[in-house]
Design a binder for this molecule. Sequence first.
Ligand code: BDP
Length: 766
Amino acid sequence: YDGSDLWLRYERVADPGLLARYRAALGAIVVENAGRTKVHRHTANLSMAPGSREHLVESTLEAARDELVRGLGGLLGRPVPVQGGFPDRAVIVGTPDSSPLVRMLVPARDLAPLGDDGYLVRSLSRGGHRSIVIAGNTDLAALYGTFAFLRRLQAQQPLTELKVSSVPRINHRYLNYWETERLYAGNNPAGTGGLDGENGAIFDFTATGASAALNLPVILDRYLVAARAMASVGINGITINNVNANSFYLTPAAIEQEAALADALRPYGIKLAVSINYAAPTDARFAPDTLTREELDPYSAKFRDWWTRRARQLQAAIPDFLGFTVKANSEGQPGPQDLGYDHGDGANGMAAAVAPLGMRIFWRTFVYNADVDADRLKRAYLEFGPIDEERQPDGTIGRFAKNVFLQTKNGPLDYQAREPANPLFGRMEHTNQAIELQITQEYTGQNTMLCYLGPLWEEVLKSDTYATDAHGKLLEKRLVGHVVDGTAQCHPDSAIVGVANFGNADNLTGHHFAQANLYAFGRLAWDWTLDARGIAEDWVRLTWSNRDFVVRTIVAMMMGSREALVSYQTPLGVAHQFRSSDHYGPNPAERLARDDWSPVYYNKADAAGLGYDRSPTGSGFTAQYFPVLAARYADIDTVPENLLMWFHHVPWDRRLRSGRIFWDELVYRYQTGVHYVSWLRRAWDALEPHVDARRFAEVKAKLAAHEADAGSWRDTCVRYWQGFNGRPIPTDGPLSIKIMVGGRTFGGFDAGAPSSTVPVAAGSSP
Ligand code: BDP
């Protein structure tokens, strides 16, 4: 098995008793009027590639029906018929509009609180008939309920007395897909896909224009597997191209292909958006409809009309087109500041251009501009904060338009394995804010390391911002998740974005365990209050096996993996020690053209100690947080130890909570991280009898590379720090390693015995 079904495997239930109970309860599939509400289709010649396993459907209810046929057929090991009427033991799917049975069986008042996307799943007994009803107010909600129901069966949960309902906490649950550049996952190196098929992107566009055959009316299996997988966790939108945007995606030839893709994804409720370059109007590809650089004035009719024209072209082909994602005045991308305007002017100019079409602008806050402040981490708030607080002529506060979302990375730096929450969360009270998480593992091991990101995101979403109201009183709901879902500060609209990790690899994500990150993102996007451990357990049951031993082992492997990665890469809050060429390996000594791209800028290693002083005696970044956090981070005695070097330059001899001095603790952390990876490898080996051969071997090979690379992180960094402090490697006797995650310990193992393949630092010279 190659992993290409992701978590939608639907393996036959192994336990004979359970199989018999499922078979007895699930005798028929009833989806009334499944074909009645056909979704819009722009592309007449949309077709599957020859030899495809997937197939095109024309409506969302057909997608639900076909998923049940596939899912129940697989799980029960025999086909379950699609029937009309009101058969006994049926699974009934629909809405009160589509299905008279749903209307009869589900009281309207039970559906009312579900909104557009929420669903319910119930077992009912009526007139001697037992049935399971999956219902929502929209076809898409019914599809979401179908996937949730199948998930229960895949995880072997009982079917009796089902009374489930679920409503997403966040409205817009989107992926950003970065093709063409730094594909960290899922790409077959010599693969096809992306522009001109030259890299390993999932979607295969061509840039050659209308004269050559367009690749995209032809739909490949992997597009629909991805669509089903996204829908199964409730993702409802995708920006299809890199934020460093190629304006090709706005040309007529591209729009034709985007329309085909949108047609294929539409039954699954996934809508398209495109990343744009602020200066696209100057691009010769649009001649004669081009503007000069001076005409990129966000207040000018010329600029706005240009964008309205582009948006109209997109909407003509893709009626549910979402809008644009914008990276402006960041890392060399053009933006309104080039003409003396600020982000508010630029975002609002574009927002005004697309507002009549019902579209939104997702304007990213990942900006840094050396003129604004030497500490790169301070810049976003310095650039965006004042716009949020500005009093408007009509007396309201905040200048950003209603159809603008600021899209903000979880942390203030750049997707590091551990960061404090971005201070913008809670601070941008008058502005719509989306959180941006990175699913693709740029700084977290890419395609090689096993790193489950659920705990990272849970940590961020459940971080307390200590946000206060206008009177300085602490808000009641003030976790980052509350800010994002709108409940903290009464925002009616809400969004979460994940930078996605699939490509054209057989299993879509490269590392088999990278699938878990896509899954976890989707589940958390729907309900950020879920815990990462529960999500991991679901994923293991759906993807690998329901056997207790397998579930326990893999969940334990996953749960400690991120903390281990932090330990062997960037322990105790030292950030961004990555080699600039690929952001995978270490290079703490690197000094680049720009200070704020350089590991040395982040580590500030010297004879006295290590770490970046961002306290009031340093850059003063801590003051961007609400008072409770600002005070906690400002003081080296109260800052959480896992963020120590994020906020302070720490003396080598400083005593830490473990009783060890800082230098000893640092080496100890590197070491525990590497030991954890050795344990991962051994834990995996023990699963050999329980895992299919191909996936077992592929993960085993990745873990071997992972272990070697973790060792190289430790050795490179420890050796480099020694160059400053001249200290020996501490000897600490055998290490008993327990990695704590959310108050639980995982992988409690005796790491006293040195691993056979990795040189061990403690007690020896690295
Ligand atoms: C960095 C990536 C770069 C992205 C940038 C961004 O290295 O490729 O363009 O983030 O988010 O992490 O804009």
